[in-house]
Ligand binder design. Structure first.
Ligand code: KG4
Ligand code: ZN
Length: 338
């Protein structure tokens, strides 16, 4: 059973082939970051047009790399939401028209479910149940995951996502979009203790987050400081510390609250090396274990969609009516099995 996965929810066109029992056969990605960085953020219309250009060559590439032909594809999984409407429509329409031509079923996948399950692609992989810290450009959530489709929201951001906090702070420091990784690189030359930034909701007593105040504090700091290479690095250091401190504390509290011992970190911010070190240190010290997707599967990719599609198809039939819609706003709770 071979599933083709298509991810096109934002600024990455990701394709992959996953075979049940064998694993990932191939995957390919085109990132639009360079195109959007000129504008300081994702331009939805440009994103859609670029997906249109990239998607067919990437389908051919994953087939070529896996050394198989179109007729070996048994099902097509695509990101149905959440994300940019136009960008999602490109993936959904290609998935459904190709599936129609091949006579195979399609399945729409929730983007965050893809992120949540992506650590299972790595070795070692966690067992169910686990707590997932989902930290991407658009989301910051702590979820309890008891199985495929069994997700319980434990806490989430009330305003900006952690990735957004990285990106907005990076922009204030003159770094180009998306900025999270660049801010992290700049922070390597920053000095500890030079600036103290707020840790919003650290002691809120629940598992929710808030990052918009941090962005304002960084803005004030940037305005008040004499900016040079060293002070920029110092501010980057303090910003990263503040974000990571909150994420690590809440993740630890989520394990304590649920009584679970395994933490899975997913989403683009999960690529942050300092976050990884801090979580591993804090949680292993308490007898827990932290799992990360491989770096290339932390940010958006087709592999997580092919994989989530394959797992879902093992449980239920895909659709063969080739009618489709996309869900730019889609709550993960809606796909939770009861
Ligand atoms: O999961 P993702 O690729 O896309 C969304 O679904 O949003 O996450 C992208 C986010 C961006 O905010 C980016 O700045 C952030 O992940 N990011 C990082 C790092 N690499 C990517 N943030 C901090 N440190 C990194 N190394
Ligand atoms: Zn994502």
């Amino acid at each position: 059973m071979i599933t083709l996965g298509i991810e096109s929810s934002c600024d990455e066109t990701g394709l992959a082939l996953y075979q049940m029992g064998r694993g990932l056969l191939s995957h390919a990605l085109h990132t639009q970051i360079a195109m959007h960085s000129e504008y300081g953020g994702v331009v939805p219309e440009l994103a859609s047009r670029d997906h249109v250009l990239r998607i067919t060559p990437l389908i051919r590439k994953v087939l070529h790399d896996a050394n198989i032909t179109f007729d070996r594809i048994n099902a097509i999984a695509y990101t149905q939401g959440p994300g940019l409407g136009g960008a999602l429509l490109v993936g959904a329409s290609v998935a459904n028209s190709l599936a129609y031509a091949l006579g195979v079923p399609t399945i729409g996948i929730h983007h965050l479910e893809g992120h949540l399950l992506s650590p299972l692609l790595s070795d070692p992989a966690p067992d169910f149940p686990f707590v997932a810290l989902l930290v991407s450009g658009g989301h910051t959530q702590l979820m309890r995951v008891d199985g495929v489709g069994r997700y319980e929201l434990l806490g989430e951001t009330v305003d900006d996502a952690a990735g957004e906090a990285f990106d907005k702070s990076a922009k204030l420091l003159g770094l180009s979009y998306p900025g999270g990784a660049a801010l992290s690189t700049l922070a390597t030359t920053g000095r500890p203790g030079m600036y103290k930034l707020p840790r919003p909701m650290l002691h809120s007593g629940n598992l929710d987050f808030s990052f918009s105040g941090l962005k304002t504090a960084v803005l004030t700091l940037v305005r008040q400081s004499e900016l040079n290479e060293q002070t920029r690095a110092d501010i980057a250091y303090a910003t990263q510390e503040a974000i990571i401190d909150v994420l690590a504390n809440k993740a630890r509290a989520a394990l304590a609250q649920t009584g679970l011992t395994q933490l899975v970190v997913a989403g683009g911010v999960g690529a942050n090396q300092i976050l990884r070190e801090r979580l591993t240190h804090d949680i292993e010290k308490r007898g827990g274990r932290v799992f990360y997707p491989d770096l290339e599967f932390c940010t958006d990719n087709g592999a997580m969609i092919a994989f989530a599609g394959a797992l879902r198809l093992a449980e239920r039939e895909g659709l063969k009516n080739y009618r489709f819609n996309v869900k730019p706003r889609w709550n993960l709770q809606e796909i939770t099995l009861t």
